[in-house]
Design a protein around this ligand. Structure first.
Ligand SMILES: CC(=O)N[C@@H](Cc1ccccc1Cl)C(=O)N1CC[C@@H]2C=C[C@H]3CC[C@@H](C(=O)N4CC[C@@H]5C=C[C@H]6CC[C@@H](C(=O)O)N6C(=O)[C@H]54)N3C(=O)[C@H]21
Length: 112
């Protein structure tokens, strides 16, 4: 968390990237497993989705939310979005976590 940022939501989710070549969802960072995914709000009005893998502690996602992002809820526990030839997927541990996170992201989007 950078200075001037605060977490306005945190959930457990498996962070995935879609690999167009193999046509497979791959774990971001190359290691299967859950990450702690935060939605950070910056005092400058910007938002980031930042996730750290629970085992490896790696940063597996560090995504600045652009105005007009199409955040797609494919299922009650799998949400995804496209940005610059990348497709991101969040496979949540529960429908509750998914709902909390999507509400936070949609709340952020309506301020951009
Ligand atoms: C117009 C457009 O870009 N469309 C995108 C979606 C989109 C629409 C609007 C805005 C942005 C986006 Cl992103 C699009 O269609 N894309 C994005 C890439 C994704 C890849 C594969 C196929 C295979 C079928 C489907 C899928 O992924 N689905 C089904 C639920 C299913 C749930 C869990 C995740 C977990 C890992 C994998 C699995 O189960 O093993 N998995 C799944 O298997 C998950 N799909 C998609 O979903 C595909």
């Amino acid at each position: 968390m950078a200075d001037g940022e605060q977490s306005i939501g945190q959930v457990k989710a498996i962070v995935l990237l879609y690999d167009d070549n193999s046509k497979k969802w791959m774990p971001s960072g190359g290691v299967q497993g859950f990450s702690l995914v935060h939605l950070y709000e910056n005092v400058n009005g910007s938002y980031r989705i930042v996730g750290h893998h629970c085992q490896t502690r790696q940063v597996v996602i560090n995504f600045s939310i652009p105005k007009g992002l199409n955040y797609h809820e494919a299922t009650p526990t799998f949400h995804q979005w496209r940005f610059k030839q990348l497709v991101y997927g969040l496979n949540f541990g529960s429908e509750e976590d998914a709902a909390v996170f999507s509400a936070a992201v949609k709340g952020a989007l309506c301020t951009l």
